[in-house]
Design a protein around this ligand. Sequence first.
Ligand code: GLP
Length: 251
Amino acid sequence: MTESLPVRIFPDRTAASRTLAEEVAALVRSINDSGRPAVLGLATGRTPLPFYAELTRLHREGKLSFARVVTFNLDEYLGLPGNHPESYRAFMQKELFGHVDIPVENIHIPDGMVGPAELEAHCAAYEEAIRAAGGIDFQLLGIGRTGHIGFNEPGSPRESRTRRVELDPITRQDAAPAFGGLEHVPEYAISMGCGTILEARRIALLAWGSAKAGIVREALTGPVTDQVSASFLQDHADATFYLDSEAGAEL
Ligand code: GLP
């Protein structure tokens, strides 16, 4: 089958993550050398864990500093305070930020506790902060079973921006074990939009394991449709899929 964007298939997730981490470290260094901070868009979920472990290793070995890195996370659950163990803020602290030299003021994650009256202004301010930082140099993505990137569930328009989104029942089901039951999974989140994500200058989507093989094939070889928001990447000038052999098995 022909894919409409570059796909790199690795023997396993560690090899893929190591390669990408080295590429991102080189990108950060070259942007920093040009005299400005590097702007990274970051993702959560199980998928990026080996990638964050590799970034942490590079930092520990003195090969990567986050002193001039600015980050924007894709999304956050609505209704969860930052100290809730399942919040994406807590996840990022535990898996990456707590291990590297990033200045706390350089970290941006939507606020899950923002009230309904402030929600729209909060989302607009998030978009403005990305613009003020000069736009995203590199965006990391996973893919949900519904084909979502960030929390852009089926029906999310190509032009969508940071906003409140309702989680798909499949997405909530996938999150249920971590929350100790479906009834504890939030129903809404704040997510960067498809339009926000697609403005990143470079994008890498990671997927591991056979459970992702079908949706990876659909995103890469199916029609470009808002029913599979990852399919919008087909029209991006510099997006690459990094897969292990299982996630790439249906290509
Ligand atoms: C959540 C996140 C996505 C992530 C997806 C897949 O929905 N908002 O950013 O890509 O889960 O999760 P996992 O990587 O655990 O398979």
